[in-house]
Design a protein around this ligand. Structure first.
Ligand code: NAD
Ligand code: TYD
Length: 363
């Protein structure tokens, strides 16, 4: 192959050592056999152990670095000549964005700008046929649409943006950059806005793995506010399949909402996990994990409800989730029970400090 040609068998994934990114790298290699060049800064949320099963597999290359590093991104593009870039890299936790928003602006806004800018330079130098085939897929969140009231219809792709946290505002800014690069330069972009994910390899700062971890340690399970906030939960592998569908079949310049049709209150999520743990661990008579539930003071600016209308990706591209919440949460609880070492490694050190910072002042 001519060294200036685009390589149809190579994808660049950013943030592929994090929760969804790592699940996607496994999914993509299994389903397509293509090579993945994984650019990840390995922040607290990036964990090479998430990619342990690919050790020695020549189809996965991890490069430790920042999407905001212009020289590095440019040289990776020149060296690997990917047919697509999938951007997962981000600071992703709302509570951290409240206590320390700087990194969110740096990575989610400035970093995404650098990545798409370099991608555009690379793309402009491709021949016409390659330019048409190239894709830049930006992975985003439903949180950019803001908060719904109880009876509001779910978010569609045309719901106006109304981000409420530094996290969602930074993701909204990156979505706007992606839109602008398509509109101005013609870069073949795709944006996906997905609801809350859960599944293997999720860092236990997020609700579901946090609850499992705390319950196993028999420590109080913190529920913010009245516990009646609603999220629309999707099993991570269904999200990966949706991204693959959009990458292969989506129309450049378009946005696709992804969701699981599982609107559940936080308290019901927590109770379900407690019930599954009671069942799986058959604890002593008289003990229920639910007794650990503790209501604590609310998150500032806490969005009440998110819900996704996934009609566009379902009808136009034929994607549907395979897991119900009941099947997905069973698999997830089982995975955490079967991987105590992964949990142990990730929750030592800096994790303890975060738990102290986020929870010590909550009453
Ligand atoms: P995560 O926090 O688990 O992982 C993020 C990854 O990005 C980590 O591996 C981290 O090391 C890496 N990273 C951070 N800054 C970087 C930088 N400057 N350069 C390179 N790598 C960097 O996040 P996640 O939950 O896997 O989310 C992935 C993406 O999906 C994010 O863009 C997030 O906004 C989006 N999303 C997440 C959810 C969810 O429920 N988790 C839902 C919808 C959308
Ligand atoms: P989270 O997993 O942080 O995702 P997001 O804020 O991006 O939706 O939180 C999910 C829901 O769970 C959210 O309404 C906040 C709530 N929550 C708690 O009640 N207790 C906790 O300890 C955490 C981390 C979250």
């Amino acid at each position: 192959m001519n060294e200036n040609m685009m390589n149809d068998q190579t994808l660049i994934v950013t943030g592929g050592a994090g929760f969804i990114g790592a699940n996607f790298v496994h999914f993509w290699i299994k389903k397509t056999g293509q090579t993945v060049v994984n650019l990840d800064k390995l922040t607290y949320a990036g964990n090479p152990e998430n990619l342990e099963l690919l050790k020695g597999d020549g189809r996965h290359h991890l490069t430790v670095g920042d999407i905001g590093d212009q020289g590095l991104v440019s040289s990776l593009l020149k060296a690997h000549r990917p047919w697509a870039i999938v951007n997962f890299a981000a600071e992703s936790h709302v509570d951290r964005s409240i206590s320390a928003p700087d990194a969110f602006i740096q990575t989610n806004v400035v970093g995404t700008f650098n990545l798409i800018h370099e991608a555009t330079t690379y793309w402009k130098a491709l021949n016409e046929e390659e330019k048409t085939r190239f894709r830049f897929l930006h992975v985003s969140t439903d949180e950019v649409y803001g908060s719904l009231e109880k009876d509001d219809p779910p978010f569609t792709e045309t719901t106006p943006y109304a981000p409420n946290s530094p996290y969602s505002a930074s993701k909204a800014a990156s979505d706007h950059l992606v839109r602008a690069f398509h509109h101005t330069y013609g870069l073949p972009t795709l944006t996906t806005n997905c609801s809350n994910n859960y599944g293997p390899y999720q860092f236990p700062e997020k609700l579901i793995p946090l609850v499992i971890h705390r319950a196993l340690q028999r420590k109080p399970i913190p529920v913010y506010g009245d516990g009646l906030n609603i999220r629309d939960w999707l099993y991570v592998e269904d999200h990966c399949a949706a991204i693959k569908t959009v990458l292969m079949q989506g129309t450049p310049g378009e946005v696709y909402n992804i969701g699981g049709n599982n609107e559940i209150t936080n308290i019901n999520i927590v109770r379900t996990i407690c019930r599954l743990l009671d069942e799986q661990l058959s604890p002593e008579v008289g003990f229920s994990h639910e007794s650990l539930i503790t209501f604590v003071s609310d998150r500032p600016g806490h969005d009440r409800r998110y819900a996704i209308n996934a009609g566009k990706i379902e009808t136009r591209l034929g994607w549907n989730p395979l897991e119900t919440f009941e099947t997905g949460i069973r698999k997830t609880v089982r995975w955490y029970l079967d991987h105590p070492q992964w949990v142990e490694n990730i929750t030592s050190g800096a994790y303890q400090k975060w738990i102290q910072t986020n929870y010590e002042d909550r009453k």
